[in-house]
Design a binder for this molecule. Sequence first.
Ligand SMILES: NC(=O)c1ccc[n+]([C@@H]2O[C@H](COP(=O)([O-])OP(=O)(O)OC[C@H]3O[C@@H](n4cnc5c(N)ncnc54)[C@H](OP(=O)(O)O)[C@@H]3O)[C@@H](O)[C@H]2O)c1
Length: 276
Amino acid sequence: MEKKIAVMTGATSGFGKVVAQHLVETNHKLVFLARTESKAKELILNLDKGSSTEVDYVLCDLSSLASILRACEELRKRCSRIDLLILNAGLWNFEFQESKDGIEETFQVNLLAPVLMFQKLKDLIPTNEQSKVLLTASALHQGSIQFDDIEFKKSFSGFKAYRQSKLGVILTTRLWAKLPGNSSISFYSIHPGVIRTQLGARAGWLSRTIFKLIGSSLEKGARTHIYLIDQPASTLESGEYYAKAKIAKAAKETYDLQEASRLLETINTYLKDYLP
Ligand SMILES: NC(=O)c1ccc[n+]([C@@H]2O[C@H](COP(=O)([O-])OP(=O)(O)OC[C@H]3O[C@@H](n4cnc5c(N)ncnc54)[C@H](OP(=O)(O)O)[C@@H]3O)[C@@H](O)[C@H]2O)c1
């Protein structure tokens, strides 16, 4: 059987490593993005690969739009098509931090980056009803998009910036699934659970301790991604938000497609120099 081609961000740490392992075990050619060569090589070394496995990586720092653009150009050279696009990378900052582009980093890495990647790679995704785009969201997505200060430059809260970025991911997923030009691709947003990863590594000691105490294993964190990878798209619902390997209840704000369109317009103003 011909291998499916999977492109993934956020494979080098956390439960993303378990998802990457699953991909190589299930007849995928995997091309992952990594921001450091050492972590890319470490992942390749640690993946338990069969003899016919194809794993490759492209260096990319998602906090630089130019780096994303270069990575997408490189992916075009290495992938004849992309059957599965897994946009899993994310961060949670506890202090205001700017990306290489001078944009609040959570907004850029968690939201602008996946939107830019999808728009740059969309034409490589086959229109065959089995193509999937998976975006990692979070149960922490309540609230609204703060359009008057979307980067929280006036008053920064790491929690609000993270929460907003994940609301944005769910809104974008729902909107993409409805756009006529995307009709043959399936889109899913995912809450992995509260998982012991490096996500909270920069939090204060109390939050880090709580995270360690209540967090589940990496294997549990990968469960919903693996479910969505394995199931035929015909048994799933495109645009939906999944947790614990089933459709999950999300906040009412995530269903507002007008808000989603407004958000995507705002995102595209940030990306205007990088899109045709
Ligand atoms: N852990 C949880 O409880 C939880 C709950 C809900 C949602 N999530 C979401 O799950 C996803 C995976 O996170 P995780 O929990 O596995 O945390 P993690 O261990 O910190 O992994 C984050 C991944 O994102 C990558 N990344 C971050 N910034 C990047 C950048 N500028 N350029 C390229 N790659 C970058 C990291 O690369 P490096 O390996 O180089 O650091 C790593 O592979 C995130 O979207 C997160 O928001 C996690």
